[in-house]
Design a protein around this ligand. Structure first.
Ligand code: GTP
Length: 301
């Protein structure tokens, strides 16, 4: 039997009622791509709408093959648009909307706070694109880890230190050397505040005129500098001490983190709208503290 004789079920008539489908496609296709100059193993979801309600199915293989354009190429907005064009061109009789989603972990080399060290950090990302007619909506989702020290716990710890100071030094002449030693001891600094590993998940809608490579590094640098306490990679004690200082000077409730990032993203010109979700994985509680914020976002999550 040659290929011409193979039955083509997808092109048969739909035997169900006339029901167009919002999205039909494939999920979790493995694909090697490049992002921010790094090769990475991505997972891709590809789909189109099935508007022709009498058609039985779409042509999955045409979507799959269109993804070849992304193989080992730097992922850019024009390249993404090319693939979406191909999805719609190959389904011109069936579909008016095309969907493409690419996820993975992008690695960036991040410098230590003070020493010359640097190390790799993984940032989970997701690029989502929907083409409807001439309009393409592209969003970039990025998880950024940081440390948050509880401001309430810091104030409570300071109060305990003051109490201890009153107990140890009430009515005494203050001697510089004695006080210096006291400050360096756990009998003096009797309490420490708690910190937690925290995550900011931002989803940004890229400005329509943005037409280049994906601005992941730009976004994460803006967010990390707004927070001041990014998770570190390689550290020596000198870096760890700088991290302790950064945490002490940047104590944060989840609300504070959400507001800092919100303000920082408003300054980013490649962003047309955003949604952000903050999660502080509490060390005081067995549950998380969360906050959300959005700008120019509508009702979507
Ligand atoms: N539409 C559809 N196809 C599926 C599904 N699951 C598996 N497939 C298979 O995807 C394969 C590729 O489909 P097509 O793109 O229509 O393949 P084709 O008819 O050889 O290719 P064209 O000639 O370009 O239409 C077929 O073998 C389908 O059976 C499904 O749920 N829906």
């Amino acid at each position: 039997m040659n290929s011409l004789a193979l039955p083509d079920v997808a092109s048969q008539l739909n035997s169900y009622q006339d029901t167009p489908l919002k999205l039909v496609g494939m999920q979790g296709i493995a694909l090697p791509i490049r992002l921010a100059g790094q090769p990475l193993n991505a997972y891709v979801d590809a789909g189109v709408s099935l508007d022709k309600s009498k058609a039985r199915g779409i042509h999955m293989s045409r979507l799959y093959l269109a993804l070849e354009a992304l193989e080992d190429q730097e992922l850019t907005v024009p390249l993404l648009n090319e693939v979406l064009d191909c999805f719609l061109d190959s389904h011109s009789d069936l579909s008016t909307t095309a969907h493409l989603s690419i996820k993975g972990d992008v690695l960036f080399k991040r410098p230590a706070l003070l020493s010359q060290l640097a190390g790799w950090k993984a940032y989970p990302f997701e690029v989502n694109a929907i083409r409807s007619g001439q309009e393409t909506r592209i969003t970039v989702k990025l998880d950024i880890g940081y440390s948050s020290t509880c401001p309430c716990s810091a104030a409570l710890a300071r109060q305990l230190i003051q109490k201890q100071f009153n107990k140890d030094f009430a009515g005494k002449d203050l001697q510089h050397a004695e006080l210096h030693d006291w400050l360096g001891s756990s009998q003096g600094i009797v309490a420490t505040p708690h910190s937690q590993r925290s995550t900011a998940t931002l989803t940004v809608h890229l400005a329509e005129q943005y037409n280049k490579e994906f601005p992941l590094l730009v976004l994460l640098e803006r967010v990390e500098s707004a927070l001041g306490t990014a998770l570190q990679t390689a550290v020596k004690r000198v870096d760890e001490q700088a991290f302790a200082l950064a945490n002490g000077q940047n104590t944060m409730f989840c609300e504070d983190a959400a507001r800092r990032i919100h303000q920082a993203l408003l300054e980013e010109i490649c962003v047309q709208g955003f949604h952000l979700r903050i999660a502080h994985m509490e060390s005081l509680h067995a549950h998380d503290a969360v906050a959300e914020s959005a700008w120019n976002w509508g009702n979507q999550k």
